[in-house]
Ligand binder design. Structure first.
Ligand code: 5GP
Ligand code: ZN
Length: 141
């Protein structure tokens, strides 16, 4: 894709700090890291987001994920790590070439926060059952 910044990073026409590369994927440092070691893993094939990702691309991408996570862990000894991927502007995606963030976690002030508002009262067991059915009905559609 001509105007895609991550495709340009893959080609090498935009510089990046690469940490891992194979036939299918590239991992490099996020230019605006949240914490020390914040790394992005991308498929070399231009795929906009998870919704458009072929299974084969997903297999190859996630096959490399433990290697990246463990290298960051060994390098900086974080207390934990969040991996996350934003799909769509509303979900916070700003670069429309799929990427998986690896954000090492050090302490409460490391810059990463997640608000997780549980609504167990709203989603009763019956509702969960019917929601699961709706999703199942849409598999392979
Ligand atoms: P998103 O918000 O789409 O999930 O994340 C995009 C990420 O890409 C951001 O964390 C941003 O800092 C990073 N990013 C954007 N442009 C560049 C770039 O040119 N080089 C690198 N290394 N990272 C970038
Ligand atoms: Zn791209």
């Amino acid at each position: 894709m001509n105007d895609c910044i991550f495709c340009k990073i893959i080609e090498g026409s935009i510089p990046s700090n690469k940490v891992y590369e194979d036939e299918h994927v590239l991992a490099f440092m996020d230019v605006a890291p949240v914490s020390k070691g914040h790394t992005l893993l991308i498929p070399k094939q231009h795929v906009k987001d998870l919704f458009e990702m072929p299974e084969e691309v997903a297999r190859n991408l996630y096959a490399a994920a433990p290697k990246i996570a463990n290298a960051i862990k060994k390098a900086f000894n974080p207390q934990g790590m969040n991996t996350l991927n934003n799909n769509g502007s509303f979900a916070g995606q700003t670069v429309f070439h799929y990427h998986l963030h690896f954000i090492p976690r050090y302490d409460e002030t490391d810059g990463f926060q997640m608000k997780w508002e549980v609504k167990q009262n709203e989603f009763t067991p019956d509702k969960l059952k019917s929601i699961a059915e709706e999703i199942k009905d849409n598999l392979n559609k």
